[in-house]
Design a protein around this ligand. Sequence first.
Ligand SMILES: *Cc1c(COP(=O)(O)O)cnc(C)c1O
Length: 248
Amino acid sequence: MTEKSYTAEQKAVAERFRHVRDRLTEACVKVGRDPAEVTLMGVTKMVPPERIAAAVNEGLSCIGENYVQEYLSKANAIPKQTECHFIGHLQTNKAKQIVGKVHMIQSVDSIRLAEIIDRLSEEKGIQTPVLVEINIGNEESKSGVSENNLMPLLEEISKLSHISVRGLMIIPPVTDSEVKKRQVFSKTHQLFIDIRDKKIHNITMQVLSMGMSADYELAVAHGSTMVRVGTAIFGDRKYPTKVQSDKV
Ligand SMILES: *Cc1c(COP(=O)(O)O)cnc(C)c1O
């Protein structure tokens, strides 16, 4: 694909992508981090393949999808070299459709889900890399393991041999307060470091997935190694009822 052949929508995506990438690089440099340490993930829920292709053409190498059905229906149209991660809430009865089809599952938050992913991976003869999602604000409506249950969960997962924990993921509580966000990010970073230093079998802390369109620069200042950016690259999402029904 050449830039000249872009549609108006693809051109807009390409421009936004470059803008985000440049801001991310600046944010890294500002806090003395090597930009190569931080992966820019494009969050592509509700984003049609043509737009994804434009961002990939500009250098996007990793995408995140939230909904099983939507991802499976788009998977063939996503450029082959792109790393695909599952970042949405994964129902145990849908795990079968996702295990082996993505590079990483970022939303493991229960031993039940971990055991199912482990068993499905064993059947396929693979080992599935995952992140453990923490509900850092202990918000009732959110998925993610509570802070209190985090260590017990990691210890249980550590016994499973076909799933391997590579890090942590959070979706911070919605807030306009930069102070609160900083607190959440630095607390998560501290957990990441503490767990890394414990050197638990089969648990490594390589990926700290935090930061979205509104706060990725802040997240990078607090140790994020992967920012998940949707709107700032692809524009506002339209939620057709067809796809949304996959959420329930
Ligand atoms: C939608 C989503 C994002 C991206 O959100 P934006 O605000 O559009 O950048 C990141 N992470 C997860 C888990 C999401 O569901």
